[in-house]
Structure formats: C-alpha cells, structure tokens
Design a protein around this ligand. Structure first.
Ligand SMILES: [Fe+2]
Length: 255
C-alpha cells in the first residue's frame, strides 16, 4: 500500500519512476515554458509570482484526460478557478488564470505525471462513477534582486481543501529556502519553527528535476518556506508543477 495512504504523504523521484525514451526532451519543453511563458500572477502583483492554470477531467474507466474549455478575453485564454464555491462567505467566488497553451497540454510527460499522480490517489468505489477533477497549476517564484523575497501562499502550514495535491519540481536555480515541511493536521496555521517535537513528520527540500511529493490533504498539513536569491549574482527561481485532484461535487436537490 502506498505511503500516501498509510502516512498521508509520499516523496517521489519521477525522473526515475516515469523514465521512458524521450523523457528529457519532454522535460525540457516544460522547463523552457516555465522559464519563458508564465505571466505574472494577476492576483499577486509585485510578489514575484508567475503562473498558469488549466483544468481537466480524468475519466476513471477509460483513463482519458479531458481538458476543460477556456474563457476568451482580449484575445487571451483564461481558465476559471473556482474557490470557496461552497464557502457561505464567498458563494460562487472564482478567479481566472492565464491558461496553459495547447501544445503543452499535449506534452507526453505532463500527461504521464497527471496519470501517475492519479494512480496514487484513493477514493470510495462509488465516487469513481463520476470524473475526477484535476487542477494543473504552473507556478514560478522568481527573485531577481539581492533582497527580493518570494512567498508561497499561504505562508504557514495549511491544508488545501482538495483531497490530494502533488508538487513536482521543474527547476530550482540560485535560491535559498523553498524548504518543505509536512506536519500533523493540528499544526495548520503555524510556522514549522513554532511547532513542538513530534508534530512535524518531515522537513526536506526538493532539488532535482521531477523530484516530487504528494499529500492526502485530510491526513497532514504542509508548508513551503519563502525563497531568496542564492549566492550567484543572477536571478533565482523555483518552478513547481502543482496538481490537485477532487471529486465531482453534486449539489443537493433542495439547496
Ligand atoms: Fe498547499
């Protein structure tokens, strides 16, 4: 049984686990896209955060990945990100992110990663009569100048709300920080350094291309620390492919 199920998180080395002829070329295509084609996060202006987002369905029986359509605005494609749809304070609240371009959605490695993560997730049998919703986030933190700092949101141990999230390192260059911590659920909202002995499962860094980890959200809390520039007199960056998995949620009839 996967450690994801027994301890609530698991670390992976996908460059090795998913190896196939041509993986390097597909990896480079993703890496270069992160380097050159991620616009600034419109919801985090001036915070050194760049991102794109697209959403897909995985059909459990046929194992097909079906990308959901975008919204077109000023000739640019956006993908809607629903959050707190069931949060009474923000009914129907959603954000729009620049969508991932079509050729990248067909990148073989990206599709293999989506299915490899999917195969790690676990659900009730009756849940799998509906598609699983997959959120694919391309996120880059970039620190250009000596005293720049880039912070992941939220900046504390937390749970995401989606049942499963996986993080895959695309590139880490000339940065300090970006340290991950996995804790028990009860330490959410705290910083790792404020927790007590035994409340953190592990503190680690992912440094190699496609080094990854996944969390079963209800079982653990997780955290990544801010990044600053490393020793070299050049920009630093940390690019992460984040993928979350959730059920199709059916509204109650009498709502
Ligand atoms: Fe998170």
């Amino acid at each position: 049984m996967s450690e994801l199920k027994t301890q609530g998180y698991k670390r992976y080395d996908y460059m090795k686990d998913l190896y196939y002829e041509g993986i390097e070329k597909d990896y480079e295509e993703l890496r270069d896209y992160f380097r050159n084609d991620l616009p600034e996060d419109e919801y985090a202006k001036g915070l050194n955060r760049f991102r794109r987002y697209s959403r897909a369905l995985v059909l459990p029986t046929s194992r097909q990945i079906e990308w959901l359509p975008n919204i077109k605005k000023d000739d640019k494609e956006y993908a809607a990100y629903f959050q707190g749809k069931f949060n009474p304070e923000h009914p129907g609240d959603y954000r729009e992110f620049a969508a991932i371009d079509e050729p990248i959605l067909n990148n073989k490695l990206l599709r293999k990663i989506i299915m490899a993560d999917y195969d790690e997730t676990f659900w009730n049998e009756e849940d799998l009569i509906m598609p699983i919703h997959v959120g694919v986030h391309f996120v880059k933190l970039r620190v250009e100048h000596e005293n720049d700092i880039a912070v992941s949101s939220p900046n504390s141990l937390h749970q995401d709300g989606e049942p499963f999230t996986f993080a895959h390192l695309i590139e880490r260059r000339n940065v300090e920080g970006g340290t991950n911590a996995i804790g028990i659920p009860e330490v959410r909202h705290q910083l790792p350094e404020d927790t007590k002995d035994g409340e953190l499962h592990e503190v680690f860094e992912i440094t190699k291309p496609l080094e990854s980890y996944g969390v079963a959200d209800h079982m653990v809390s997780h955290y990544v620390s801010p990044i600053t520039r490393g020793e070299k007199d050049e920009e630093g960056l940390r690019s992460i492919l984040l993928i979350d998995y959730q059920l199709t949620v059916v509204a109650e009839m009498d709502e």
